[in-house]
Design a protein around this ligand. Structure first.
Ligand SMILES: Cc1ncc(COP(=O)(O)O)c(C=O)c1O
Length: 422
């Protein structure tokens, strides 16, 4: 039984009773794996078809129905799907691809493996997606594509980004790895651009263990993706690509049917599990917004836009509260909150880029220099003020209310919270 802690009680970091005393293990348990997954995996194991199994085609059909797209091609992971998509875009050595810096590396690094040059652009503060104006400012005659990521499940500003792409004749790939089930302007994320890729790695909203799905409405892109990494399918084509059936284009990127089995059961539960996360996080976010924190609630524009929560990030303004973010985190942790810092170091500051290794991987003459001081707005937005909370996939309201109390307790007594080093 939880003991109600008032926001005026002594903060736990000063010896008071922690605001959060409910067990959090079940609340944050992810992925949810049960009898259905066990049955599905056993069925594949017993079939003996552990490499090429018809359940992969079934998963792809599920994806096509779910998103209303013409093609879905399952891959061994999302990184492979992104590589395949960029290959299908037909990039030539030295072609530039505009990308964000605040993302998981796989949004960007496959560009190198198709001989492309990543050009980092600023993100905008509202949705943490690529800033359309800055993207446009970075276009050169060598720019061929943009990779958009819907970070943490927040749809990027797609109308504006697609408008820039249309005016400059650029391909657009949606990295939808964080955004299974999100919508933008009434349409599913993953159906807005030339193609999209969904990672199904264990933490994702649609977890398979490992796996990734490339989707597109474009017949030619889909066939190029198959040609690159799925040689076993080429014999079944009517098109001239059939002649490559003995070799494909040299990679093997298919998903394991065991992972496909997990993915199929997870997809069947995606909507209601997303709904539960959303309800939980929105409930807590409304309380945190009332305390003066920014919680990235779903943008209202365009109508029909709905975010999902791969991860739950909030923005804390140290100036406003007069309490350094690190001290806030320590005080919240003392209250029992599982709060930490977001985990993506900015890519344009990484040695892969700043030390020039990227050009050897891409096998191009370095036409751009990566400067860690570039992207001041992205850097400022990533520095310190973002906090990460659990995404509460299975939490009960009582736990969320305890989190709200923990924040209120610490923020309303901010001047009393000990500062590191003092
Ligand atoms: C934004 C983003 N893009 C791409 C990937 C790559 O996916 P995977 O881990 O399935 O290769 C991930 C995931 O881990 C990701 O978070």
């Amino acid at each position: 039984m939880a003991t109600a802690t008032s926001s005026r009680e002594r903060p736990a970091i000063l010896g008071g009773t922690p605001a959060i005393d409910l067990d959090q293990r079940d609340a944050k348990q992810w992925p949810v794996i049960g009898a259905e997954e066990e049955r599905a995996v056993l069925e594949v194991l017993r079939s003996g078809e552990l490499s090429v199994n018809e359940n992969v085609a079934a998963l792809e059909a599920d994806y096509r129905r779910w998103l209303g797209v013409r093609h879905a091609v399952a891959h061994c992971n999302g990184t492979a799907g992104i590589l395949a998509a960029l290959h299908a875009f037909g990039l030539e050595p030295g072609d530039e691809v505009i990308v964000p810096s605040a993302t998981y590396w796989a949004t960007v690094t496959p560009v190198l493996h198709v001989g492309g040059v990543p050009v980092f652009a600023e993100i905008e503060p509202q949705c943490l997606g690529l800033d359309p104006a800055d993207v446009e400012a970075r276009i050169t005659e060598r720019t061929k594509a943009i990779v958009v990521v819907h970070l943490f499940g927040m749809p990027s500003k797609m109308d504006e980004l697609l408008d820039v792409a249309r005016r400059h004749d650029l391909r657009v790939l949606e990295d939808a790895s964080h955004a299974h089930g999100a919508r933008y302007g009434g349409r599913p994320i993953g159906t807005l651009a030339d193609a999209a890729v969904f990672s199904m790695q264990t933490n994702k909203l649609l977890p398979a263990g490992e796996g990734g799905v490339f989707v597109t409405d474009d017949d030619e892109l889909a066939e190029k993706v198959v040609r690159l990494g799925h040689y076993e399918r080429l014999l079944h084509l009517e098109s001239p690509n059939r002649r490559f059936a003995a070799t494909g284009f040299g990679l093997k990127l298919r998903i394991s049917p065991l992972n496909a089995a997990v993915a199929r059961t997870q997809l069947a539960h995606l909507d209601h599990r997303n709904a539960r996360r959303n309800e939980n996080i929105i409930h807590l976010s409304e309380k945190l917004e009332a305390l003066g924190l920014q919680t990235f609630l779903a943008p209202k524009e365009p109508p029909g836009t709905q975010r999902v929560y791969f991860e739950y990030l909030i923005r804390y303004d140290e100036q406003r509260f007069g309490l350094p973010a690190d001290d806030l985190v320590r005080a919240l942790q003392a209250e029992g909150a599982l709060v930490g810092r977001p985990r993506y170091p900015l890519l344009h500051q990484q040695p892969l880029f700043t030390e020039g290794h990227w050009a050897r991987i891409a096998r191009v003459q370095p036409t751009v220099q990566y400067d860690p001081r570039d992207l001041p707005r992205t850097t400022a937005g990533n520095n310190g003020s973002l906090l990460k909370l659990p995404s509460f996939p299975q939490a009960e309201r009582a736990l969320l209310d305890q989190y709200a109390t923990a924040f209120e307790k610490v923020l309303t007594q901010a001047e009393a919270i000990p500062r590191a080093g003092s």
